[in-house]
Ligand binder design. Structure first.
Ligand SMILES: Nc1ncnc2c1ncn2[C@@H]1O[C@H](COP(=O)(O)OP(=O)(O)OP(=O)(O)O)[C@@H](O)[C@H]1O
Length: 942
């Protein structure tokens, strides 16, 4: 995986570095020939500034405003320099690391390894209690271990550090140009125990302070030598752990710790004075250590340099305490995290991506502390995949495969690290109840780039500006080494100890040889570092890029002066302490850093492209956005297509329905038309007959031959032909004299003719009856047709209604149209039935008229009734239905005799009556037909 490496070796830069790297601020020159006074004035260090107050002069009273760190000495409020702040400088607000949520505790461990949660653990509590007691009891006796009482009293509280406006500007502590930052935008709360700017034992941190040091020239002047040889990039500090247990005043007197001048003197055998960049005494808390030893380096990492901070020292001297700290006294790691995020907040024109990995080297094997437990096939915890160190020209030395987590907040980052801490191997040893048995390496990879080239970017600090489009990748390595130790009784501890000691020895050797290496020319260096035994241990291999000059380096060496316990222990301590001090001196003298800003990757194809997640993410985001857009377009297209299809289908269905309806309508109309045609035809015939009656007055029926055969032979099919109809109607109109003077012969041979030509009312009535019967048949047919149509219309209406009922509950116009049609048809049928009844009544009237006529006729001819053949007519079927007139009684053997209406006196009246009725009917019918034919298409069309 990318990003698993320690700071990488120099890579070909896409954009050449902006110039020689300004060295990290050096607190003071190691050169012992510089007088303390001049050192203090030329290179004021935070130590210098903060040592301004002798702890002996500080009454240790608990401040009501400062409750978080009982170990931190407190100051009287009078010492507050707050009122002395120069105009334009506001008091810095600070954030407490203790305000962060505590990382989750690891259930599998009896005691969490992380001091981040130390306050929650018995061990941590012990530590805190001890610290508390130290602060309460040992603070006044601080000078007892320091031969030289501190006399300077600048700035009041040591905790105020060099941020005090009274303290001289320091390149190391950044007070040279410290700018207060408006912290209103900070989302982190500032609880009562927060690190504030109170002089009362508070400590400043860059967490909320932006420092634009940026004056490389100034640095060059102040530490010209360091700048030239790159020594300014390496800071070596020594921290003295407070003694616990029985005090050995003799041993203590042999040591002199001068944190003001950052020197430690030993007056015993092998005695001497050791000078470093910083010396922290037992009173210095973690914040102070961080501010002086690591803060600048962390900010440089944010600007694009690789940086490495590591703690070295004998077991139990406070390496883990310094790196991790406790909840109330956070160490370098949590403070660095706070600073990283503060820097990000303060740099709005750049965007950042942070990823973190955490590994340990235990018994010369590398373990991923973030990988979690590996479950084997049988469900039991299995061995982790072996992590190897690899090296390539671009990435330098890196461990693989190693899990990296992307983090977005300090809390998240702290939790990740706490998780790794819990996985780290610790065990109780002779000197430390929770001794780290491995070297632990936290690696935070910082990727950053300009948000958008603009005024913000251009006006920003030149040093941190990134070329447009480029991604800068830098690495901060925070390393807590295992402590060197004497051989233990326990075999396991012995094995661990031997590995630890071996790797530390290799580290010492490498650093020792760096001295000779630095004498070599650059040319020779280019041939490689083969003479340096980096490969002899995993630790040195991992540290190789840092040690060989590609990284800013800060080494914190921890020692314990006091001899707690036996004399042997005291002697052992002294020896170890001296070894540590020598190691620190060698490191200070030998490590030369020519760290340069990390290369900038230009997109995924750039040199550092393989590591720049920011770039990859940006490309991925672009790609995903594109896909999203495409997906949206596709979706929209598909939706449109589907909608179109749906519309098309609906339209088709509608068309089909319309077509079916149209066909139905056509059929219905055709039927109706046919029926109407028939009706009109028939009625026309009737009308014409009436007219013709007027034209052919008197003789009209003579020219209208009555087709006897058709009447007689086709009794059932009594359809009125035009002639027949005319005749029948004409007969009705014939004046009565025709009946009175019948001229037709009465014999059988003439009978037909007489009936046809001269039959007067009888023939007419017969024909009329026939016509009416035909009319009746027509009507019946028409009724049948209408009934069929009605049935058909009902069926189709029913199917349509059931189909659309769900969404046409209110009833559509179509349904309304159908219902109207049905109603109309029903009315029509009712009318027709009524007309049928009329007809039947007419037939009945005609029949009775004919009978009367018949009788009268008979009476008139021979005086005896029934002399003529009598015919009686029996109505078959019920009234109101179709009527069949069947001749009964004596009939001709060959053909039925024609009906002869009885010529009574009432005949004319009857005929008149009937004529009127028929006229009315015809008129009504014609009107109705006309109306319906004009209305029907509209009604049907609906
Ligand atoms: N400066 C200090 N002030 C108060 N207590 C400290 C200080 N330094 C160390 N201690 C305490 O000393 C004990 C040992 O410290 P720590 O575990 O940090 O040592 P170490 O150097 O990491 O040891 P090892 O190498 O065995 O892991 C702890 O209980 C710690 O709290």
């Amino acid at each position: 995986m990318s990003g698993n490496t320690l700071p990488r070796p120099s890579r070909p830069s896409i954009a050449p570095p902006t110039g020689p790297l300004p060295s990290l601020p050096v607190a003071k020159s190691r050169s012992s020939n510089i007088s303390p006074a001049s050192r203090g004035s030329l290179l004021p260090s935070p130590a210098t500034a903060n040592r301004a107050v002798s702890s002996s002069a500080l009454p240790t009273r608990a401040s009501p405003r400062h409750t978080n760190s009982p170990s931190v000495p407190t100051l009287p409020p009078d010492d507050s320099p707050a009122g002395a702040l120069p105009p334009g400088k506001s008091l810095r607000k600070t954030v407490s690391i203790g305000a962060f949520p505590q990382p989750p505790r690891h259930g599998g461990r009896t005691a969490p390894g992380s001091p981040l949660s130390a306050s929650l653990t018995p061990n941590g509590e012990t530590t805190d209690r001890r610290l508390s007691s130290v602060s309460k009891t040992s603070v006044p006796s601080r000078n007892s271990s320091l031969k030289k009482p501190r006399t300077s009293n600048i700035g009041g509280a040591r905790g105020l550090l060099s941020r005090s406006p009274l303290s001289p500007p320091s390149l190391l502590n950044g007070s040279a140009d410290s700018v207060a930052v408006d912290t209103a935008h900070l989302s982190l709360p500032s609880p009562p125990q927060s690190r504030n700017s109170s002089p009362q034992g508070s400590y400043a941190t860059s967490a909320t302070t932006f420092e634009d040091i940026g004056d490389d020239d100034a640095r060059g002047r102040s530490d010209d030598k360091g700048h030239k040889d790159g020594k300014g990039n390496v800071i070596v500090s020594v921290r003295v752990r407070p003694d616990i247990g029985v005090k050995d005043s003799k041993t203590e007197q042999e040591w002199e710790v001068d944190n003001k001048h950052a020197s430690i003197s030993y007056k015993g055998r092998e005695g001497g004075e050791y000078s470093y960049d910083n010396v922290f005494d037992t009173q210095d808390n973690n914040a102070r250590v961080y501010d002086s030893a690591a803060k600048r380096l962390v900010r440089r990492v944010m600007e694009g340099y690789h940086g490495t901070v590591f703690a070295y020292g004998m077991t139990g001297t406070g390496k883990t305490f310094s790196m991790q700290g406790t909840a109330t006294n956070p160490g370098v790691i949590p403070l660095a995290i706070t600073d990283i995020f503060s820097y990000i907040r303060e740099t709005p024109h750049r965007e950042f991506l942070l990823r973190v990995s955490y590994l340990e080297i235990y018994n010369e094997r590398i373990h991923d502390l973030l990988a979690g437990p590996v479950v084997g096939m049988n469900g039991q915890p299995g061995p982790q995949e072996e992590i190897k160190l690899r090296e390539d020209s671009k990435r330098g030395v890196y461990a693989t495969p190693l899990k990296e987590e992307i983090v977005q907040s300090p809390t998240q980052l702290l939790r990740v690290i706490a998780r790794g801490d819990n996985a780290r191997r610790v065990a109780g040893t002779q000197f430390n109840a929770r001794s780290s048995r491995s070297h632990a390496v936290v690696q935070i990879v910082v990727e950053s780039r300009e948000r958008a080239p603009g005024p913000a970017a251009s006006s920003s600090n030149k040093r941190s500006a990134i070329i447009p489009g480029g991604v800068r990748v830098s690495t901060l390595s925070l390393i807590d080494l295992a402590g060197s130790e004497k051989a233990a009784d326990n075999k396991e501890r012995r094995t661990e100890g031997s590995h630890i000691n071996k790797s530390l020895l290799t580290l010492g050797t490498v650093i020792g040889r760096l001295a000779s290496d630095k004498e070599k020319s650059e040319k020779e260096k280019g041939k490689g570092d083969k003479h340096l035994p980096y490969r002899d241990s995993k630790l040195t291999r991992l540290l190789q890029p840092a040690l060989s000059g590609n990284s800013l380096v800060s080494i914190l060496c921890t020692i314990q002066i006091g001899a707690s316990g036996s004399v042997a222990a005291a002697i052992s301590h002294t020896g170890e302490t001296l070894n540590t001090l020598k190691f620190a001196s060698r490191a200070k003298n030998n490590i030369v850093s020519h760290a340069k800003k990390a290369d900038e990757s230009m997109g995924a194809g750039g040199d550092a492209g393989s590591r720049a997640l920011l770039d990859r993410y940006r490309l991925e985001i672009q790609e995903l956005k594109k896909q999203l857009e495409e997906g949206k377009t596709k979706e929209t297209k598909e939706e449109e297509e589907e909608e179109f299809k749906r519309d098309l289908e609906q339209e088709k269905a509608r068309e089909l329905e319309d077509k079916q309806r149209h066909e139905e309508q056509m059929l219905e109309m055709q039927l109706a038309r046919t029926a109407l045609k028939e009706r009109i035809e028939h009625l026309n015939r009737l009308i014409l007959s009436s007219k013709s009656l007027g034209v052919n007055n008197g003789r009209s029926f003579s020219s209208m031959s009555f087709q006897r055969g058709s009447v007689i032979g086709n009794h059932v099919d009594m359809r009125p032909s035009s002639v027949r109809s005319s005749a029948s109607h004409a007969t009705l109109e014939v004046p009565g004299q025709n009946h009175a003077q019948p001229s037709m012969p009465m014999d059988g041979s003439e009978e037909d003719d007489s009936v046809g030509e001269n039959g007067d009312g009888i023939a007419s009535q017969t024909v009329q009856i026939q016509a009416l019967q035909a009319d009746l048949a027509d009507k019946n047919r028409y009724i049948t047709t209408l009934e069929k149509r009605l049935l058909h219309a009902r069926r189709s209406s029913h199917s349509r209604v059931s189909m659309t009922l769900s969404h046409k509950l209110g009833g559509s116009s179509e349904d309304g149209g159908l219902i109207a049609t049905i109603a109309e048809k029903d009315t029509e049928i009712t009318n027709l039935r009524a007309q049928l009844e009329d007809k039947e009544r007419m037939i009945a009237a005609l029949t009775s008229a004919r009978k009367k006529n018949d009788n009268a006729h008979e009476m008139g001819s021979d005086g005896s009734p029934g002399s003529r053949r009598t015919s009686s007519y029996q109505r078959s079927g019920s009234e109101g239905s179709s009527v069949n007139l069947v001749a009964k009684g004596p009939t001709s053997p060959t053909s039925p005799k024609p009906f002869l209406p009885p010529p009574t006196t009432n005949t004319g009246k009857n005929i008149e009556e009937m004529t009127r009725m028929l006229d009315e009917m015809i008129t009504g019918r014609v009107e109705k037909t006309a109306r319906r034919s004009s209305l029907m298409p509209v009604t049907e069309g609906q």
